[in-house]
Design a binder for this molecule. Structure first.
Ligand code: ADP
Length: 470
């Protein structure tokens, strides 16, 4: 439906424009030529009439004889008919031999006007001929003693004009046919390309994200197609990420659920199970459900970050947040025999939520402790310059292999699955850190530490408010 209407619109507008142009082409040259002929007629006829009138002005009185002899000059002027009347309008001379009006009274308007002392000229193009009339008074001593009137009937120029008209009309017809065909062809090509684009969009709407539009050309439609294709690329990537995330999440949830089921089945089926084993199994079930809780909490946090529904940020001084998170992990560090230190070199206020800032410091520090060894250390440091606050969490633990570094912030990515699980990791901690930092306009990067272990660096834009406080 739409394609047809677009095509019709294009065709109609092309044709309307061309019809207007052709209309102008068929009228303007003709009007101009007609006008030129009119003017040339006027000048030639007026000059012949004035020659005749001058020839007659020498006569004190007009009669058939003296007019006839004076008129011999004028007869060569190439005029169709000449009439000469006396002051009373009686025709004294008629150049036409057959059906001569000699002796009759002429009441033609131009003769009447000439007898009133006016020069008259009129020309018209009718019935395929130019008809021109010109009349002048014959004056003798300021007295109108008669009138000269010349008529011209010209078919020759009329034929030329007619030929011009026919030629123009033929050209116009040919142009019109050509334009109609061209406009149909062009609009079809155009609408076909639009159709291809619409088809690709429709297929993508139906879930085929691999669909790309190729409309060819180098114009605006091609530009729209390019834009569509890059949009499709992005959608496809997002869709793949989403699918992988859902698959990974279900897998992660399935493992503890399967554990719980196995443990509860064993308890239920084994009636003679001793109390200590039951307690042990229930303890395991509790651990698994804690894991489930952690995963779901992390997933919820990530989903909130994904949805873009970020809670309103407020200016947060980082030092207290860093100190509190480190304090919370002190016991865990001690248990693992890891030396945990915290250094505030320069405090800074950032725009975020307090729980987000806490999560960032907590996750990084906890990782530093988890992926460490007995006797190791974790150093948390807050510094920065006037533009940003820089938080570094450095450890001399097991480190991250070079090859894994680029993927470390991916959801559910773990270098060592067993180790992560053993420490209750969900594989989502760094993803949450990275998403939160990015959402608040900062960056986070992981690197290998010289001498073993890893360094995580978070940079967040510093806000001015801090200066007032200091
Ligand atoms: P997890 O819950 O498994 O700790 P994270 O997203 O926090 O998930 O971290 C992803 C993976 O990155 C971890 O499983 C671990 O392999 C690696 N990792 C993170 N921090 C460190 C670190 N400080 N030292 C060594 N490996 C680390």
């Amino acid at each position: 439906m739409k394609r047809a209407s677009l095509q019709t619109k294009f065709s109609i507008s092309y044709i309307a424009i061309i019809v207007a142009v052709l209309g102008l082409m068929n009228t303007y040259p003709l009007t101009v030529s007609e006008d030129l002929v009119f003017r040339s007629k006027e000048s030639t006829l007026k000059s012949s009439v004035s020659v005749m009138a001058t020839a007659l002005t020498g006569l004190s009185e007009l009669n058939e004889e003296n007019v006839a002899s004076a008129m011999t000059v004028a007869e060569e002027a190439g005029v169709s008919r000449i009439l000469v009347t006396d002051a009373g309008g009686r025709i004294l001379y008629d150049s036409r031999e057959t059906d001569s009006a000699l002796g009759r009274y002429a009441f033609y308007s131009e003769i009447v006007q000439a007898l009133h002392g006016n020069d008259v000229f009129s020309v018209a193009f009718e019935d395929g001929a130019f008809r021109s009339r010109c009349a002048s008074p014959v004056i003798y001593r300021s007295q109108t003693i008669g009138a000269v009137c010349a008529y011209e009937y010209d078919t020759e120029q009329a034929v030329l004009l007619h030929n011009l008209q026919t030629t123009l009309l033929r050209i116009s017809e040919a142009v019109l046919v050509f334009i109609v065909l061209m406009s149909m062809l062009l609009s079809r090509v155009l609408t076909r390309r639009f159709g291809m684009l619409a088809g690709a969009i429709r297929q993508m709407r139906e879930g085929d994200y691999g669909q790309r539009a190729s409309v060819g050309g180098n114009d605006e439609i091609a530009e729209i197609a390019d834009e569509f294709n890059s949009l499709a690329d992005r959608l496809q990537t997002t869709e793949e990420v989403r699918r992988r995330f859902v698959a990974d999440a279900s897998h992660e949830l399935k493992t503890p659920l399967a554990g719980i089921r196995l443990l509860s089945d064993s308890i239920l089926q084994n009636e003679n199970m001793d109390k200590a084993t039951v307690r042990e199994f229930v303890g395991d079930i509790e651990q698994e459900s804690e894991r489930l809780t952690r995963i779901t909490e992390d997933l919820l946090r990530l989903t909130r970050l994904d949805s873009g529904a970020v809670e309103k940020a407020e200016p947060i001084p980082l030092a207290p947040v860093v100190e509190r998170a480190v304090h919370m992990l002190r016991l865990v560090a001690e248990e693992r025999d890891v030396a945990l230190s915290c250094e505030i070199e320069r405090d800074g206020v950032v725009l975020a939520r307090e729980d987000e800032a806490h999560q960032i410091v907590y996750n990084l520090t906890e990782n530093g402790i988890k992926y460490n060894q007995s006797g190791g250390f974790v150093r948390v440091r807050l510094a920065g310059d006037d533009a940003e606050c820089v938080l570094t969490v450095e450890d001399n633990g097991i480190g991250i292999p070079e090859a894994d570094l680029p993927r470390i912030f991916d959801r559910f990515y773990r270098v060592d699955k067993m180790r992560s699980r053993a420490y209750g990791g969900t594989g989502l901690g760094l993803a949450i850190v990275s998403d939160t930092v990015r959402r608040r306009g900062g960056t986070v990067e992981a690197a290998a530490r010289k001498g073993g272990g890893s360094v995580f660096t978070v940079r967040l834009p510093r806000i001015r408010q801090e200066e007032k406080g200091v």
